[in-house]
Design a protein around this ligand. Structure first.
Ligand code: GDP
Ligand code: IMO
Ligand code: MG
Length: 468
């Protein structure tokens, strides 16, 4: 369902019922109350768009928050007052005591990392007992996955993907190859036997391909038996619980991880992650059926990418110098500490990912990072071998060779971090947002001007009313 375009209608909004005046009402109402109850939050670029902040904002009004795919390769930062929280696998919604959080069958769980994340949450004083649930179908990351991830990527030399080295790719590969072990298997009496069979294959791979000494079976088996005890209280029939919540028309928020261009099928293959990151991956990863009412696509007001692979709108060396420092702009990867690569907003790319997920509203994040620029570029299309492309290229070779078509617009050169109403944004900032909306063909529902919760401009209800 398409929400009405607010930005393109701004001139017709009378001051009496303008969105600035209604913003208090909207910021309450925009959430789930009385609106469609199944909402997905999806990254539209190469990840790190600010999904964590958006999920945190919407979780206030959601009863259930579920992760469908990926693992601890994700890194979602949420800033609440002076505190900063970092999540990798656990849904950011855990910060709200009323919210039930689920980690679905399509995810991969590294028990060591999961338990460390729980410790960090506990240290922040957040109680999660009886409201954090793990699907029995989720596959487990083992030490050999992490090891093979690092060794495998290194062995690719110049073609290395630059993975997070969390073992995500090898774990999903084992799943597809019917060699994986799931949470259900960890809790089964056959666990040792299954692990023994798998480990003998993995040790063969380690020794023959990488000349690496074999891993010790007993050590891994007893380490994971220890995890089994700690994980058992969280294991639950997640699929049935979500089915029930959906039947009861309760508000469910689906938290996407990674970004659409990291999707295993439709991303910039092979420089992608190993799960389905587009909206279609959500029902498949949670086993809930294609039920989503609203798909909110999250984009940065520019573009970033961590790791290797094509990046058509990446800044030139000169332009990099104009961009705020990586620390100031919060463009350092949460999971690996790597500096993110930066580029201009690429509307051609975002239009492509909007189609892949059937996105019906957009959240524009980090507008404030562009506050200091004289001129801002937007990529509106691609040219290849003298031809203007009409569809997004499917190969890295083409993407490396394309010539981005840019439009340059005036910057606003004023701070936006203190602004809370759309109409108070500088004229040029509004023109920039309007242009993004025009080029992408999807209404902007939320604009973010800083990492904190209140640094948010709510533009639209974006959850249509449910006829009750
Ligand atoms: P995610 O993986 O999509 O959840 O995004 P990350 O959390 O990895 O990266 C986004 C970073 O930008 C985090 O450090 C956020 O705190 C920060 N952030 C989110 N929204 C804004 C914003 O509007 N302005 C600024 N300056 N920072 C933001
Ligand atoms: P969030 O949820 C940004 C990237 C890695 C690498 C590629 C493959 O925070 O947006 P993997 O370890 O998944 O096999 O690495 O994918 N990558 C991400 N980049 N944000 C993420 O998650 C990412 N998760 C994986 O940098 O290029
Ligand atoms: Mg991130």
């Amino acid at each position: 369902m398409q929400s009405s375009s607010i930005l393109s209608n701004e001139t017709s909004v009378s001051p009496k019922n303008s969105f600035c005046e209604l913003s208090g009402w909207l910021s309450w109402n925009v959430k789930f109350c009385r609106f469609m109850s199944l909402v997905a939050v999806i990254g539209m670029q190469w990840g790190d768009e600010g999904k964590g902040k958006v999920v945190d904002l919407l979780s206030e009004s959601a009863s259930h928050i579920a992760r469908a795919q990926g693992g601890n390769n994700a890194g979602h930062t949420v800033v609440v007052q002076e505190k900063e929280y970092q999540f990798h696998l656990i849904p950011s919604g855990i910060l709200y005591p009323h919210a039930k959080c689920y980690i679905g069958g399509g995810t991969v769980i590294d028990p060591k990392s999961f338990l460390e994340e729980l410790d960090a949450i506990r240290a922040h004083g957040i109680a999660f007992e009886k409201r954090l649930f793990l699907s029995r179908y989720a596959h487990l990351v083992f030490p050999y996955h992490r090891l093979l991830d690092g060794l495998g990527d290194k062995s690719k030399g110049e073609l290395a993907i630059g993975t997070t080295k969390k073992g995500i790719g090898p774990c999903y590969a084992d799943k597809a190859n019917r060699l994986g072990l799931r949470l259900a298997d960890l809790l089964s009496p056959t666990f040792r036997q299954r692990l023994k069979e798998t480990l003998s294959r993995k040790n063969h791979e380690l020794e023959k391909l990488y000349d690496h000494p074999p891993l010790d079976f007993e050590e891994i088996a007893s380490e994971y038996e220890g995890y089994a005890q700690k994980l058992a209280p969280f294991v639950a029939p997640v699929e049935e619980m979500l089915y029930e919540a959906i039947q009861q028309k309760e508000r469910v928020l689906f938290e996407g991880a990674q970004g659409s261009l990291l999707d295993l099928t439709f991303g910039t293959y092979p420089f992608v992650t190993s799960s389905c990151t587009i909206a279609g991956g959500i029902p498949a990863g949670l086993g809930v059926g294609p039920c989503i009412d609203r798909i909110l696509g999250v984009v940065k007001a520019y573009t970033t990418r961590v790791g290797n692979g094509p990046f058509p709108s990446e800044l030139s060396d000169e332009e990099y110098k104009l961009f705020p420092d990586h620390n100031a702009s919060r463009e350092i990867g949460v999971t690996t500490g790597r500096k993110r690569r930066i580029g201009w907003f690429d509307a051609f790319l975002v239009s492509h990912t909007i189609r892949l997920s059937g996105v019906n509203c957009l959240a524009i994040m980090k507008l404030d990072i562009l506050d200091g620029f004289d001129k801002i570029k937007i990529c509106t299309g691609y040219r290849l071998d003298g031809q203007t492309l009409t569809s997004f290229p499917a190969t890295g070779d083409e993407l490396e060779r394309i010539e981005p078509i840019y439009e340059t617009i005036d910057g606003w050169k004023k701070p936006t971090t203190g602004i809370r109403n759309y109409r108070e944004l500088p004229h040029a900032a509004r023109a920039y947002l309007r242009r993004i909306e025009e080029l992408s063909g999807v209404a902007i529902s939320l604009i973010s001007v800083g990492p904190a919760r209140d640094q948010t401009l709510w533009m639209d209800r974006f959850f249509e009313e449910v006829s009750s």
